[in-house]
Every structure is written in structure tokens, then in C-alpha cells.
Design a protein around this ligand. Structure first.
Ligand SMILES: *Cc1c(COP(=O)(O)O)cnc(C)c1O
Length: 361
């Protein structure tokens, strides 16, 4: 089975560690003697509660999440948080600061405008989101209830190389596409959240890590499913949680631990990304979208001089076993998403393919 697998450069859902998939396959009809699949278990059963608790504990240990933070396993995707964040947090002053550095932070910024006065603290739209603004460019409102940014811009291929300084204003960060790719100082944040389908698990799970004191101040019409306090009170089990995804998260976290933890992930991340950027920078045909100094270690965006040649590249790459390299329609060109589970060997082979294509065209 495994030798027929392709190198999948999809932006998400994306590759999962082979060992996690194989473990799940071996347990799919009978989970460790329970006589049933994890998909068939009551979420209140002892056996599932243990799966749930272990996944939560492993994540807490890996990210060194302090005690005053709760880890929530929610649904409605990362996009659900675009609404949940203002609903829960903006009541403090009615205002919030947003940094718009790409597609998803722009969507979050637009959604938040329904709920309060939103200050565009900084934007990289002037150069087609090809860079990350520096701290000096950020216009902070000291009255903001929170400051919002997206750590890695999945569509444009840029990644913040610093944590913005916001004084006493809580930081809220969308880490959907770079969570678990490096150690993070959770204590700097009010909320970290991520859709699971890039670096953690199948689609359907959203992980929210929240400083507990920020919950409990939601706007009165906040849907109960979006209330952080309701979810904290019930340990994410107000209703049925995404059981299968939580189980898969646990298996992915085992793989992270077996591969050097977050320090190991960070080394592999830049090993893959630097190899790919170096290769692209040394071709005649290819240009990277992201400016040097702002380049993402997870999503590498690049193009040739024409859409026709881009299409040829994507088609020939797919033939050679490198799939899902077509760029997002907003940027065009190509995008290689090289999340944690992408083997270094997959990027080495893609680099060989890029060099050969560059010579042949
Ligand atoms: C994929 C992605 C989203 C959207 O995730 P959904 O789970 O589909 O809602 C949001 N933010 C970032 C940074 C992403 O990469």
C-alpha cells in the first residue's frame, strides 16, 4: 500500500505521517481490544475519554501549555474562529486590532466588522501580500480588546518571523498552517488556534488554546457552540466532539515525539524549505512570490513567466508523482505545501524535477 503513495503538496487537507495512518488502519475495526472502531464509540465511554485525555495531555506537553490555559477541541473549522473570537473577546472595549497579511486574516478582519469597531493595524496588500510588515509599521490602538494576526499565510506563502509586541493587549493568533512546526512560547498569547487539516489531523477539528481568564465575557447573543466558557465548562464535550480527528491527532503527536518533538520539526521544516527556495532561486524560469526574509517554511509559492508554462509544470509534475502543486487562484503559479509530514526526500525529488524542468524549457 505505502509504496503507491504520491508526494502530496496539497495546502490542506494534506499529508499525514504514514505511521499514524498505518496505526489507524491496524486499529480501524477493533481499537485495542474494545471490539469496535473509534468511529463507533460513545464519546462518553471510558475508552474514548482516555483517547481524548491523552491527546490533550500530549499537546500540552509538546507545546508546554501553561496551567492557566485550556486546550479545546472544537468544530466549524478555523473559519468558525473568525466569528468566535470577536463574539467572545470584543465586548471588553468594542474595538480590536487586525493585521491583514493574506487571505485568511482578511476574511477574519471582514467577519469581525460585524461585531465591533475594527482597526486595520497593518496590511501587506500594497505588495500583494508578498511580505510580513515589521513591528514599526503596526499601528496599535491601546483601546483594542485584542490584536489579531495569522502566523503563516497559507495562500501567499509568507510567515511571521517574530511575535508582534502589543503591550497589555492580548494576542490572538491563527496558526492553522504552522502549528507544531516549531516551539512556541504560549504564554505570550491570549489565544492560539488552528484548523487541524494542515499539520495535525483530518479536517473537522479545530484546536483552540485559550488563556482561561479571557473566556466568560462573550456578547449575549453568542451561539453556545461558539462560547469559549461553555466549552471550557464542559471540557469540549458540550456536544459530541470530533472523536475520530481527536484520535488521529493523538497518533500524529506520537509521530512528532518520535521525530525530535517541536525542535525536530523546526529543523526539518527549514531543511525542506531552504532546499526548495535555494533550488528555485538558482533557476532561470522560476520566481518566488514571497520576498526574502518573509518566506514561509510551510507553503512555498512560485511561478514561471507565463500561466501556460505554469500549467505545463503542474501537469508534468503530477505525472511524475508530485501532486497538488497548482497555486491558489488568488496568487496563480504554483504552491508546494511542505508541512511536517512531507518527507525531506519528497522535497529532494521535487528539487531534481524543478532543475530538470528548468533545463528542458
Ligand atoms: C486553511 C486555513 C484556514 C481555514 O481553515 P478551515 O478549517 O477550512 O476553516 C484558516 N486560516 C489558515 C491560516 C488556514 O491555513
Amino acid at each position: 500500500m505505502s509504496d503507491q503513495r504520491v508526494y502530496n503538496f496539497s495546502a490542506g487537507p494534506s499529508m499525514l505521517p504514514l505511521s499514524a495512518l498505518e496505526r489507524a488502519a491496524s486499529e480501524i475495526t477493533n481499537y485495542r481490544g474494545s471490539g469496535m472502531s473509534v468511529m463507533e464509540m460513545s464519546h462518553r465511554s471510558k475508552v474514548f475519554l482516555q483517547i481524548f485525555q491523552e491527546a490533550q495531555d500530549k499537546l500540552r506537553r509538546l507545546l508546554k501549555v501553561p496551567d492557566e490555559y485550556q486546550i479545546l477541541f472544537l468544530q466549524t473549522g478555523a473559519t468558525g474562529q473568525f466569528s468566535a473570537i470577536p463574539l467572545n473577546l470584543i465586548g471588553k472595549t468594542g474595538k480590536a486590532d487586525y493585521a491583514v497579511t493574506g487571505n485568511f486574516s482578511n476574511l477574519a478582519y471582514k467577519e469581525a466588522q460585524k461585531y465591533g469597531q475594527i482597526n486595520l493595524a497593518v496590511s501587506s496588500a500594497d505588495r500583494d501580500h508578498s511580505y510580513i510588515p515589521r513591528q514599526e509599521q503596526i499601528q496599535l490602538d491601546p483601546q483594542a480588546s485584542y490584536f489579531y494576526y495569522c502566523a503563516n499565510n497559507t495562500v501567499y506563502g509568507t510567515e511571521w518571523d517574530y511575535v508582534p509586541e502589543t503591550g497589555d493587549v492580548p494576542l490572538v493568533c491563527d496558526m492553522s498552517s504552522d502549528i507544531l512546526s516549531m516551539p512556541v512560547d504560549v504564554s505570550k498569547y491570549g489565544i492560539i488556534y488552528a484548523g487541524a487539516q494542515k499539520n495535525m489531523a483530518p479536517a473537522g477539528l479545530t484546536v483552540v488554546i485559550i488563556k482561561k481568564e479571557l473566556a466568560g465575557h462573550e456578547l449575549p447573543y453568542t451561539p453556545v457552540m461558539m462560547s469559549y466558557q461553555a466549552m471550557i465548562d464542559k471540557d469540549s464535550m458540550y456536544n459530541t466532539p470530533p472523536c475520530w480527528c481527536i484520535y488521529m491527532l493523538g497518533l500524529t503527536l506520537d509521530w512528532v515525539n518520535e521525530n525530535g518533538g517541536l525542535e525536530g520539526m523546526e529543523k526539518l521544516k527549514w531543511q525542506r524549505a531552504n532546499m526548495l527556495y535555494d533550488t528555485l532561486d538558482n533557476t532561470r524560469l522560476f520566481q518566488c512570490h514571497a520576498e526574502k526574509g518573509s518566506r514561509s517554511g510551510m507553503n512555498v509559492t512560485f511561478r514561471t513567466a507565463t500561466p501556460e508554462l505554469d500549467a505545463k509544470f503542474v501537469a508534468e509534475a503530477a505525472q511524475a508523482g508530485f501532486v497538488n502543486l497548482k497555486g491558489h487562484r488568488k496568487v496563480g503559479g504554483m504552491r508546494a505545501s511542505i508541512y511536517n509530514a512531507m518527507p525531506v526526500e519528497g522535497v529532494e525529488k521535487l528539487c531534481d524535477f524543478i532543475r530538470a524542468f528548468d533545463q528542458a524549457n
